[in-house]
Design a protein around this ligand. Structure first.
Ligand SMILES: NC(=O)c1ccc[n+]([C@@H]2O[C@H](COP(=O)([O-])OP(=O)(O)OC[C@H]3O[C@@H](n4cnc5c(N)ncnc54)[C@H](O)[C@@H]3O)[C@@H](O)[C@H]2O)c1
Length: 254
């Protein structure tokens, strides 16, 4: 039907954590370009610049400082967004961190850091947004990783375990809120070049080895991951919930 585009994000308000840079910035930019209002949050004040550049391109974007591990801050962020926009249709729990160490080298602080940002914050974000979404339904996208599906590399035990937790949490959360038309899905990106893995990719040999493990012999682009996030947040994904969406260039297929 002319003029009816299920991928359109017009009238939708979406909160994206870790939106200052990397994939979060790409998710924010694409959703805004499809007409959505994006609230990008981050501990990195550079998010202000990201939001400004989206606005400069004609999108609706605002930035809020937000540490996703803070329970109190989640309450106030959701209150702020719903007070200003009257609704919240999407939440993309994208903020993430990694520690690359063997099990013996990993400290309890490393464990708390990785699980705090990668898992506890996903739980806090879902719990905070669900009451606001119950009236009109909504879409939550929790960012896991291909590392939740397969032991791709050594020294990523804590990271992979935290992303596996995200994976199953997502599925049970989808069960719990199905009657409210709240869809809860996981995006599992493959190798994407961002500040998260810049250190590992510096070494040419490691770089070649890592790229070579993908079917396309290259890393994915943040924009390629964003297509899945924007789709999941849109009405085009109305029959998709509790799903693992792998956008990993075949990383986990072989
Ligand atoms: N890059 C990859 O290859 C890859 C692969 C699979 C999954 N992922 C996941 O994708 C997501 C995005 O990662 P990215 O690669 O774009 O990394 P990135 O480092 O470019 O971006 C992550 C963002 O999260 C923010 N952040 C970190 N701790 C935070 C906190 N406590 N509160 C709020 N914001 C915080 C950072 O400031 C940063 O802007 C992460 O969940 C990551 O684990 C990345």
């Amino acid at each position: 039907m002319a003029g009816f585009d299920k991928l359109s994000m017009t009238h939708k308000v979406v909160l994206i954590t870790g939106g200052a840079k990397g994939m979060g910035a790409a998710h924010s930019r694409l959703i805004a370009s499809r007409g959505g209002t994006v609230i990008l949050t981050d501990v990195d004040a550079g998010g202000e610049e990201t939001a400004a550049s989206i606005r400069a391109d004609g999108g609706q974007a605002e930035f809020l400082r937000h540490d996703v591990t803070s329970e109190a801050k989640w309450t106030s962020i959701i209150e702020q967004v719903t007070a200003k926009h009257g609704r919240i249709d999407g939440l993309v729990n994208n903020a993430g961190v990694a520690v690359v160490k063997s099990v013996e080298e990993t400290t309890v602080e490393d464990y708390e850091f990785v699980f705090g940002v990668n898992f506890k914050a996903v739980f806090l974000g879902c719990r905070a947004v669900l009451p606001a979404m119950k009236a009109a339904g909504g879409s939550i996208v929790n960012v896991g990783s291909a590392s939740a599906m397969k032991a791709l590399f050594p020294q990523l035990s804590m990271y992979s375990a935290s992303k596996s937790a995200v994976r199953m949490f997502t599925k049970v959360c989808a069960w719990d809120y199905r009657q409210y038309n709240i869809r809860v899905n996981a995006l599992h990106p493959g190798l994407v070049e961002t500040s998260l893995n810049a250190e590992s990719l510096k070494d040419p040999e490691t770089r070649r080895m890592m790229m070579g493990t993908t079917m396309f012999d290259r890393a994915g682009l943040p924009e390629e991951e964003a297509e899945m996030v924007a789709f999941l947040c849109s009405d085009a994904a109305s029959y998709i919930t509790g799903a693992d969406m792998l956008v990993d260039g075949g990383w986990t297929a072989n």
